[in-house]
Write a protein that binds this ligand. Structure first.
Ligand code: TXA
Ligand code: MG
Length: 352
């Protein structure tokens, strides 16, 4: 299959009517279209069409028990797909939609089990990105979309990442430039008395608690689960975000971290193991290594979040076999950054 790639200006998608008409006709014919959102690129299909949805799983190599997020182009479309919108859900919707937060609801019959991964609930997201909203609106149906990467790889934050992973496996890519936040949406389940954060993102725990009071954090967000434990978001159990290299996180004060990493880089050089370091603008000069990737400034965690997946993908182009990364503060968006990094590292953390 030939994958069509069409560029649009995310500031003014209306100008590109023809591109969206083409994308909508692909969706109506049961095909797959990758599209930008403010978080990461999504791989969209008609959420109501089980055959189209199955193609998503095949293209990504995704396990079929991992449910998809259903995307809508306006809050008025929510009642078409879910039942029982609680008071707390209403508050979250009013505060953060459209935006980078996904809410779990009880699903309506018309959402097929293929979309919800066999669950009676469905995850719904109303994105803020204009291109995403325009695309969904033109399709005229809710759009099921996981991140548009091969399963297990870092999520795509640029159209070129989607092309690298899925070229010739999907019908179309709408290129709307780099994603604003660069980390997948926050996921919250409001079905229990105390709502539960299933995946941290750019809408932080503090921001949510400021609106609805105390929430719990699913254990899978912060630590590795044992074999017999199940995360509430099925996708959190799978290995994620991994470049080909082994990633290791090093935690401690900056001087000790740099000393430890430099010692390993030296030893690896003797053994002929090519090593990379992910550093910040403030720490880059502390490393003696030929392959340093700068992820952003410690003063700007949002910048670190938006560069994270791009930097993890660049590790592959450096062809290193080990990558060391400093641990970041887990406050605010730092919880989401460290959640993704821990998964990329298979929870491999060296404390110094
Ligand atoms: O930012 C995002 O959320 C992006 C963009 C494209 O919207 N999408 C995304 O989708 O990250 P995906 O499939 O990569 O991650 C969806 C996560 C998975 O961990 C899945 O298990 C969980 O959401 N999920 C989906 N439906 C669920 C449900 N009914 N209950 C619990 N978890 C659910
Ligand atoms: Mg994903």
């Amino acid at each position: 299959m030939k994958t069509i790639i069409e560029k649009v200006d995310s500031e003014n998608p209306q100008k590109y009517e023809a591109v969206f008409m083409k994308a909508a006709s692909v969706i109506k014919n049961g095909g797959l279209v990758a599209f930008p959102t403010e978080t990461v690129y999504g791989l969209g299909a008609n959420a109501l069409d089980p055959i189209a949805v199955k193609k998503i799983y095949t293209a990504k190599g995704r396990p079929s028990d991992n449910p998809l997020i259903v995307h809508i182009s306006d809050v008025t479309e929510l009642n078409d797909v879910v039942v029982d919108v609680s008071e707390k859900a209403e508050k979250i919707i009013n505060a953060f939609w459209p935006g980078p937060i996904t809410i779990i609801f009880k699903k309506r019959e018309l959402i097929p089990m293929e979309t919800s991964g066999g669950l009676s609930t469905v995850a719904v997201r109303f994105p803020e990105n204009e291109t995403a909203r325009f695309f969904i609106k033109k399709c005229g149906v809710p759009i099921a979309a996981p991140s548009a990467n091969s399963s297990g790889k870092p999520s795509p934050t640029k159209a070129e990442h989607v092309k690298f992973d899925l070229d010739s496996r999907i019908d179309m890519i709408i290129d709307g430039g780099a994603c604003k936040f660069g980390l997948e949406s926050t996921i919250i389940d409001v079905s229990s008395e105390i709502p539960c954060l299933l995946r941290p993102g750019s809408v932080t725990k503090d921001m949510i608690e400021g609106i609805i009071g105390e929430i719990n954090v699913d254990k899978a967000v912060l630590e590795k689960l044992s074999e017999n434990e199940k995360p509430k978001a099925p996708g959190m159990k799978y290995k994620h975000y991994s470049p080909k290299a082994d990633v290791k996180i090093v935690k401690g004060n900056a001087v000790d971290v740099a000393e430890k990493i430099n010692a390993i880089v030296r030893e690896n050089m003797i053994k002929g193991i090519k090593t990379g370091v992910i550093a910040t603008e403030q720490t880059r000069d502390m490393y003696k290594c030929d392959n340093i990737l700068v992820i952003g400034s410690l003063n700007n965690p949002e910048e670190i979040a938006s560069n994270l997946f791009d930097v993890l993908r660049k590790c592959d182009s450096f062809e290193v076999s080990q990558v060391f990364v400093e641990a970041f503060d887990e406050d605010g968006v730092g919880m989401a950054i460290m959640n993704r990094l821990k998964k990329a590292a298979g929870y491999n953390i060296i404390n110094v």
